[in-house]
Ligand binder design. Structure first.
Ligand SMILES: [Cu+2]
Length: 362
């Protein structure tokens, strides 16, 4: 297969790690201003539809595409493109170009996730802003949001405001219930503006970096403008999230890992390699963002290597010659192996053959 075609096939079938947020930590109308991890391009696709009454029963679709990437760590630059928007009269192609930042996070020890977005909405011909606060408490993540939106019906830069909240309840690692309620402070009955709401079921597809959210909502598009206005009719639809890890296609070669001194090099058992208790200090490595974090490891005979899978998808550590094989290591799990014979051991990950490394045992 020609290389560009192969790349395309990989791009479609093996997208990158769940780096940006999937749909399990947010709700359809409240994004929480998630940001993309550096080196990742995020592509999200939302498809919603309504069916007109009998006898026509015409299905009308409301898609929104999101493409975004990181410019600086903790920030995201991207756009939403909704191809069947009802926001501004006679303006169905709604573009929103946004810049997001999430400077404070619970992961870094702050009590809340604090994020914000500014965007230019082309259909509304104006600037929008959002501030969001979120906090995870056990399996629940609660979000609050305040928005200042340019008024799509005026040309004098008039502003409207919206406030709302959302939540996600994680039932398992792969399943969450989500919901939200957002309203303009002064919805216009004449324009049919109602409070926006959604109810959904979000699924992390096992062994992939994708999430899928099935939801019902009364909003048309996923822009700040669109997610602040409900309509009369209920839309049913889904969102599919695709994080694409660039390192996979434009491979970087990290420097070889430093060689730690072997703890108990003398006690090398006879034979090839052995799986067993840790002797001495293990050499710690990991799987991160669909790569082995140490692709070249040099150790002394008798050293144990400990791999931690920091991805949400399972990986393996498998010798190319079959001399060792971890089997599936789930996200968060650790696997250890003690190398008792000198040699060079190329290894890979069985479900992701592009993940490769070499261990030199001296
Ligand atoms: Cu893998």
């Amino acid at each position: 297969m020609p290389r560009p075609l192969l790349s395309l096939v990989l791009l479609v079938t093996l997208p990158g790690v769940l780096a940006a947020q999937g749909s399990l930590d947010r709700s359809p109308n409240v994004s929480g201003d998630w940001v993309v991890r550096p080196g990742v391009v995020q592509f999200n696709f939302i498809h919603r539809f309504v069916r007109s009454p009998a006898p026509v029963r015409k299905v009308t679709n409301f898609p929104t595409f999101l493409l975004a990437t990181s410019v600086l760590k903790g920030t995201t630059l991207g756009f939403n493109y909704a191809t069947n928007s009802t926001l501004a009269p006679a303006y169905p192609n709604e573009w929103e170009f946004f810049l997001r930042a999430q400077p404070l996070t619970q992961a870094k020890g702050f009590p809340l996730d604090v994020g914000g977005q500014v965007d230019w909405n082309v259909a509304a011909d104006g600037l929008d802003g959002e501030l969001s606060l979120a906090r995870a408490i056990g399996p629940v993540r609660l979000m609050a949001v305040g928005r200042a939106l340019s008024d799509p019906y005026t040309t004098d830069g008039g502003a409207v405001f919206a406030f709302g909240g959302g939540g996600a309840l994680k039932l398992t690692r792969h399943l969450a219930l989500t919901g939200d309620l957002v309203s303009l402070t002064d919805p216009s009955a004449a324009r049919g503006e109602k409070a926006a709401w959604s109810a959904g079921l979000a699924i992390a597809i096992p062994s992939t970096p994708h999430t899928l959210s099935f939801h019902a909502t009364n909003t048309n598009t996923a822009t700040l403008q669109g997610a602040s206005r409900g309509a009369k009719q209920v839309r049913y639809g889904f969102e599919f999230t695709i994080p694409i890890t660039l390192a996979r296609y434009f491979g970087r070669k990290p420097a070889p890992a430093p060689a730690p001194a072997a703890g108990a090099a003398a006690a090398a058992a006879p034979g090839h390699v052995a799986e067993g208790p840790v002797t001495g200090t293990p050499f710690k490595s990991a799987m991160q963002a669909m790569q082995f974090s140490n692709q070249s490891i040099e150790i002394a005979v008798g050293t144990t290597i400990e791999w931690k899978n920091e991805d949400p998808v399972p990986h393996t550590v498998t010798a190319d010659d079959g001399s060792f094989d971890s089997g599936m290591i789930d996200g968060g799990q650790v696997w250890r192996y003690t190398f008792t014979k000198a040699g060079t051991y190329p290894f890979h990950c069985t479900p992701h053959p592009f993940m490769k490394g070499t261990i030199v045992v001296k």
